[in-house]
Design a binder for this molecule. Structure first.
Ligand SMILES: N[C@@H](CCC[C@H](N)C(=O)O)C(=O)O
Length: 279
């Protein structure tokens, strides 16, 4: 089958975007793996599928697949690329778009400078949401928030719609992301696995972050990972309410007022090229 696609990236987290409002979308997990493969296909961290909404309150539905073909709940950098795509493709003339994902309704705003701000929804600390099995573990409390001992390090665990485990490191450049990342991702305490964040606090309003993503491995940036790291840093008393996050692929701004308020993420979204592939 022939498939039209657009390659996009947000802070170096790269995507194959499929417009399922204009062509049928019916790829098998095997076809998605081929599409996401950097040698045998187009190559990407995630595949984003844009569908019409069947809910009057939302403009579109947006589905996310890791490059393994597994459908996942959320993708922050992808959501910015999603809105850039629907505006540039003329699918909407709105600059504020409402979209439904698997488990959240997101509100996205295209800024005059081309960046996109996303209302990412509120963080969830309930272990069942990840899920995270803390049985038999004793947390260390910092500023009233738990750090859990897993794989020999201390993890803050939370969901941004998808699961995250964040640790503080002295230096992101020397952090053992390639070895500890997969060990945390596959730790049995995370039965649906987890995205593992490594955060260096540079100042109360600035962190450096690397994320070993579930399925995709280390990516140049992870939007939900940036939100999770900043929320954890705020709860732990290390960060203020607005933080610049330096990733290997670019800069994101994350804001959170605490409690049940939504996390706001602002960052770039860029179209790279359009193409067609036979799968
Ligand atoms: N790159 C994303 C997150 C994509 C999903 C993640 N790998 C998962 O499995 O939960 C982002 O920008 O948030």
């Amino acid at each position: 089958m022939r498939l039209r696609f657009t390659k996009m990236q947000g802070a170096g987290n790269d995507f194959v975007v499929i417009d399922a409002t204009r062509q049928p979308f019916a790829l098998t997990p095997e076809q998605m793996r081929r599409l996401g493969d950097r040698r045998f296909g187009v190559g990407c961290d995630q595949i984003l599928v844009i569908e019409p909404s069947n809910d009057a309150g939302a403009d579109f539905r947006y589905r996310i697949f890791n490059n393994t073909g597994a459908e996942v709940e959320h993708c922050g950098n992808g959501s910015r690329c999603f809105v850039r795509y629907v505006v540039d493709a003329g699918l909407t003339d709105k600059r504020e778009v409402v979209v439904d994902t698997m488990n959240r309704r997101l509100r996205l705003q295209l800024q005059d400078d081309g960046r996109v701000t996303v209302d990412m929804g509120a963080p969830v600390f309930d272990h069942a949401a990840l899920p995270f099995d803390a049985s038999g573990l004793t947390p260390r409390y910092v500023n009233g928030f738990e750090l859990w001992p897993v794989q020999g390090v201390e993890l803050a665990v939370l969901s941004m719609g998808n699961p995250h485990a964040v640790q503080r490191v002295d230096d992101v450049e020397t952090a053992p992301v390639a070895t500890l990342g997969p060990a945390i991702e596959h730790d049995a305490r995370f039965p649906r696995r987890v995205n593992a964040g490594f955060m260096q606090v540079l100042a109360r309003d600035r962190i450096a972050l690397r994320v070993f993503e579930r399925d995709a491995g280390e990516t140049l940036a992870c939007g939900t990972g940036a939100c999770a790291a900043v929320v954890a840093g705020i709860r732990l008393g290390w960060l203020d309410a607005a933080v610049e996050v330096q990733t290997r692929g670019g800069q994101l701004r994350i804001e959170w007022a605490g409690g049940a308020s939504p996390v706001r993420m602002t960052g770039p979204a860029t179209r790279v090229f359009d193409g067609e592939i036979t799968l």
